[in-house]
Design a protein around this ligand. Sequence first.
Ligand code: GCO
Ligand code: MG
Length: 408
Amino acid sequence: MKITDAKVFVGGPGKNYVTLKIMTDQGIYGLGDATLNNRETLPAAYLQDYLIPNLIGMDPRNSEDIWQFFYRGAYFRKGPIAMAAFGAIDTALWDIKGKLANMPLYQLFGGKSRDGAIVYAHATGADLPDLMESIASYVAQGYKAVRVQCGIPGMPTASYAVPDKKGTEGDFITDFSGIIPKTEIWDTDRYMRFMPGALADIRDRFGPDLKVLHDVHHRLLPREAAAFAKAVEPIGLYWLEDPTPAEDQAALRLIRQHSTTPIAIGEVFNSIWECNKLIQEELIDFIRVAVTYAGGITHVKRIIDLAGMHNVRTGFHGAPSHSPISMAAQHHLNAWAPNFGIQEYLVLGTPACDALFPSDHVMRDGMVYVSDAPGHGVDFDEREAARYEYKPGSHPVVRLEDGTLWNY
Ligand code: GCO
Ligand code: MG
């Protein structure tokens, strides 16, 4: 069996999804996702200019050797652009394998460990009452877990992923007005004074059963993060995410020494080499990597197995930037993984998105039920794809009030 061709598509409804389609001499094709939010053209170019010419003629069944060929063969290893491109190839090859076996991917991993996998939604508010309304609407839809982000009183601009004005809907992460970023102003003191109380109010209003998650988005210094994690301990968060930027992994030791609040990290990691110390030293509780830019199913499965040895559960990244293809790959891993924790899930199911990526995966009452179709179970409609083109977008940059650049 041979790979005969591969094509890359960039575009989609409200997102620049990077979709890879690998064709074979047996008429079976596989689909992968290399969407790297706000840098989408780069994995697409890596695939087109370097990887696809090497793929042609390879046997698609040898997904492990192909992964090693690209990873070890690159010489300059890792990095989100390369790992997103390798991840797309790997996911497409697993898709082909599943179609050849006529089995859904979870069967190839070892079968189902659960019927439905719990997911969490993003509740946001310009202020606390606005956030309470947003949480209530997710609870009414049956969600059992929500991530809560709130505007901070006195903060000069909206902070991470929250709207400027009450009741606004939309994408608060990517700004599609162009590649020159907007600026957010951040003040740690105001955040530290306000957020623990807001989280306590949320717990009071929604009771003990709702799983409440909060994302600090890398904004605190290690000592501040330790103090924050300690202050919110009585609230019983399901997790506190990215309390500090993860380049300084020793910071996690300080946080652990001061609190038992569960910590989730890893959405910006792209290899096992950024996860292994945090996992082996049991400094985190949830690993947040994504199939999209952590090298695909082959590599993420290794991370899951390592995590399982150290009581670390999965909590894969599922921001709206991932296409339904890598989300589906994660649904299959979530159905199988003995150490599954939770899945981040942003509503992808708009009619336009479903038309571009048809599938039978189901989200109901805050749980995802994986499809039994062979492979990952998501298709791609090329005629629909022709309606979309690349639109430049950007994440904001963050500065302190005196102008100092801070972590987005
Ligand atoms: C999350 C993340 C995202 C990121 C986004 C950047 O927890 O979902 O923090 O919302 O900000 O993926 O592109
Ligand atoms: Mg996050």
